[in-house]
Every structure is written in C-alpha cells, then in structure tokens.
Ligand binder design. Structure first.
Ligand code: ATP
Ligand code: MG
Length: 442
C-alpha cells in the first residue's frame, strides 16, 4: 500500500485520538519502506528499517494504533506479546516462531489476492463439479440429438446451481486428501516436515472412506478448497509471500516492558527474561530464519515495540536491544478533553456500540452532550484519584451508568431513553468521590 504519511495519519485519526507523535513516526516508517522499494537493489540492501519503541502508560492507545494499522495495511503484519516467549531451551514458544507466524500471515494475504484474481475459474470449477454430480453422464454412443439436449440440460442445471435452487439437494463428494491441517507454526521446520509426512500417510490410509454426503450448499464451500489447491500455484504463492514478508513485514512487539528487568529488583532477576531479550537480538538485527516455506531473512522486517514501562524503564532492557529501537515515541496521558473526543469522534465508539446493542432490544438510547461531557469528566477524575488506566476507564464508567437500563431493557421496548448529565452524576458521583468505592467498582 502506498499511502502517504498524511493519509496514514488521517486514517488513524478516525480511530485513535491525540497521540500525534506516535502516529507520525509510524506513518513515516511505513512510507520509508515504500520509498526504499522504489530504489535499485543495491541501495535497497543498504537501507535498514528504523525500529520504533512506543512508550505510554496503560490504556492510551498503543495496541489500538497497531490494531488499526493491521486492518488497514495490506502488508504482512502480526502483533505478538513479548511476554509470551521463552528463551530457547525452555518450554514455550521461542522468538523465531514470530517470524514463522509472519510468513503464515503473508501467505494468507497473497493467497487471498490470487483467489480474487482467479475467482471466475474457481467458481467454474466448483459449479462444474456439482453439476457433474447432479446429472448422470451421457453414454458415449448417444445420438447427436441426445448430445445436444444434454448440453442444454447442463446449461439449465448450471444456472440452477448458481442461483441456489439446488442448494438443498444431497450429493456425494470425494475429498482428494483428508485435510488434517497442522498449522502449528511453533514447530521447528524439521518437526513440521515429519508432521507433514504423517498427515500424508493418514490421507492415503483413509482413501476408501473419504466420500461424503453433503448438501449442494455445503459442497459449494467444501469444493472451493479443492479448487484453490488445484488451480492456484502454491509454490509460487509461498515464494511471493516469503518475499513480501522479507521486504514489507511488520512485527508489533507488544508488552516489551514485561521482559525488561527492573534495576531496582536486584537479586530477583529472571534469567529467562534476559534470555528472551538476547534471543530477540539477532532477529531484530537481521538473520536468517528457516520456516516450513523456506528461509527468510529478517534484515528488513520492521519492528514496532510497545510497553507501558510502569515498573521498568526502557533503559532496563539490555543495551544491545535498546540500540536496536532507535526511534522512541511517547504517548500522552489522556486528558478529559481526549476522553470526550474518544467517546464522540471515533468510528465505532463505545457510545455507538451501546446504542447498537440496546437497539436490539428495541430501546433507543440518546446521550445528551452534557452527559457525555460528564462521563469524560468523571472518568478522568477516577483516573486521577485511583490509577490511571486511560481510556479503559470509560468502559467501567459507562457500564455503571447504563447498568440498570441495560438490565431492564425489556421494559423500555420501542421507547427512547435520554441519558442526561443529571443521571450520570446520580449514578457516579458517590462512587467517584469515595476513594474505596471507586477502587472497588470502577
Ligand atoms: N487515544 C485513544 N483513542 C481512542 N481510543 C483509545 C485511545 N486510547 C485508548 N483507547 C481505547 O482504550 C482501550 C485500551 O487501549 P489500548 O489497548 O490501545 O491500550 P494500551 O495503550 O495498549 O495499554 P496497555 O499498556 O495496557 O496494553 C481500547 O478499547 C481503545 O479503543
Ligand atoms: Mg496494549
């Protein structure tokens, strides 16, 4: 995708309030990769991505930014939690598996593109297969007139299948191979190969009974898989996917602060955390990782790390790792104004979600502007008095305001319910003012 930095920021603005610096830095990093791809191969090899470290307390939009990017970008993108990994040799996922996951995500993108390009071919394949089952074949010695009739019959049957008129009919379809898909990318490639041969053996063993009675409706879905594996060149797709992951892949490494070791907690250092950091070094720096689909070089993969760094600081990461994230951006704490904007300006905001949910019950709720301001104000206050949990506070606050209405929604069927600032204060004032209560409830 070749969006300009401005366009990327504009897109993010629709979902994430404030955090200008973070958006700008990320948008620029993405554009730089696009610029790099336009250069000669020689220069391309020289230009390394500048990885980003996002720092900001909890609930200010770090994960939200990445989630939105992932939806928008058509590049291979995965979001992983650093705290999920363990040092090589320990039980658990090793860090290289994130590269394998990236390749899998890349394959999904390329495959979807090819399926779209070959949509007609795939549709034809599926329809023909189904028609074959519905119409018994004509004997070879049939007269020319019979053959003509048969052709017409085929045509009408095709139409019927396409328009769903035959959907309820039962046909028997044969599965070429038993689809025992092992998608555990955590396995090292050698193991994955072993597993593959196992599934091959299984599929030959099951050759006899891999016929199934299904409705035409289901067959349309089931035969698609067969069609794509027959019509699409998977080797080519894999190669293209590897290339795209190498040149355009982005890994969002969330919760990186969880693998930093606080300098204050001397003596209780967790060796495995430091091990994970060390394991990360070569991957972030650039190295070759073997996957089931081939070897991938991680030189040009962009890493965006994020963490709240409440208990630890970026400087608590081992120096080598710090150095590999040269771009630092801090996300601001959310003000009352930002909280108000999050409620009113974002697409699919919380208020819209509640409105939609309650409309299912036939209840139309209307938030007065003053009420929304009051919600933002009280949420901000609660953040100040207890802990600052950012925009997440809005969830608990609104939940509290709507609790009774939501519970009794059936009584308000086909009615309107106006949420006023008076109501908001009634529901929340006592709770927010009382330190203990708000800790407990909000
Ligand atoms: N700046 C923002 N604009 C819009 N919504 C936001 C913003 N910040 C947070 N939110 C909302 O708050 C919730 C939590 O945000 P998010 O998951 O991004 O927090 P985070 O910064 O990753 O926190 P943590 O460090 O705890 O992981 C999400 O539902 C998100 O939609
Ligand atoms: Mg997060």
């Amino acid at each position: 995708m070749n969006l300009t930095p401005k366009e990327i920021v504009e897109y993010l603005d629709r979902y994430v309030i404030s955090q200008k610096d973070a958006k700008k830095t990320i948008a620029l990093a993405l554009r730089t990769r696009y610029r790099r791809m336009q250069l000669s191969k020689e220069l391309q090899d020289e230009i390394m991505p500048k990885n980003i470290l996002m720092i900001g307390s909890t609930g200010v939009g770090k994960t939200e930014i990445s989630r939105r990017l992932a939806k928008m970008m058509k590049v291979p993108f995965i979001k992983v939690e650093a705290s999920k990994y363990t040092e090589v040799g320990f039980v658990g996922r090793d860090v290289e598996s994130m590269i394998r996951d990236l390749v899998v995500s890349s394959i999904a993108i390329v495959k979807a593109e090819r399926e779209e390009e070959n949509k007609d071919k795939i549709d034809n394949y599926v329809i023909n297969k189904i028609v074959e089952k519905l119409l018994p074949p004509l004997p070879d010695q049939a007269t020319p007139e019979k053959k003509d009739d048969y052709k017409k019959l085929l045509k009408t049957m095709e139409e019927k299948v396409i328009h769903g008129e035959m959907d309820e009919k039962i046909i028997q379809i044969k599965f070429d191979k038993v689809n025992i898909e092992f998608n555990d990318t955590n396995l090292p490639p050698e193991m994955a190969k072993v597993q593959e041969s196992f599934s091959k053996i299984f599929s030959t063993m099951n050759k006899e009974d891999n016929k199934k009675d299904v409705t035409v409706k289901d067959a349309k879905v089931l035969l698609r898989q067969e069609a794509t594996s027959k019509l699409l060149d998977m080797t080519n797709i894999n190669a293209e996917a590897l290339r795209r992951a190498e040149d355009g892949g982005i890994i969002f490494l969330d919760e990186i602060d969880k693998i930093a070791i606080s300098s204050k907690s001397q003596g209780r250092n967790d060796p495995s955390k430091e091990g994970v950091q060390r394991d990360l070094l070569p991957i972030v720096e650039g190295s070759s990782v073997t996957t089931k689909y081939g070897v991938i070089n991680t030189d040009h993969i962009l890493f965006i790390a994020a963490g709240a760094f409440h208990l630890t600081k970026p400087s608590d990461l081992i120096p080598e790792l710090q150095g590999r994230f040269p771009l630092r951006v801090e996300l601001e704490a959310l003000t009352e104004e930002s909280l108000y904007l999050i409620l009113t300006q974002t697409k699919n905001s919380l208020l819209k979600q509640y409105e939609a949910l309650l409309s299912v019950e036939g209840l139309k709720i209307i938030f007065e502007d003053d009420a929304i301001k009051a919600i933002a104000k009280l949420a901000h206050k609660a953040n100040e008095i207890t802990e600052d949990i950012g925009a997440r506070r809005l969830h608990t606050v609104i939940e509290k305001v709507l609790e009774d209405i939501s519970f009794n929604a059936d009584e308000y069927k086909d009615k309107e319910y106006v949420i006023t600032s008076k109501l908001v204060h009634e529901k929340l004032d006592l709770v927010v003012e009382n330190d203990d209560l708000s800790r407990y409830i909000l």
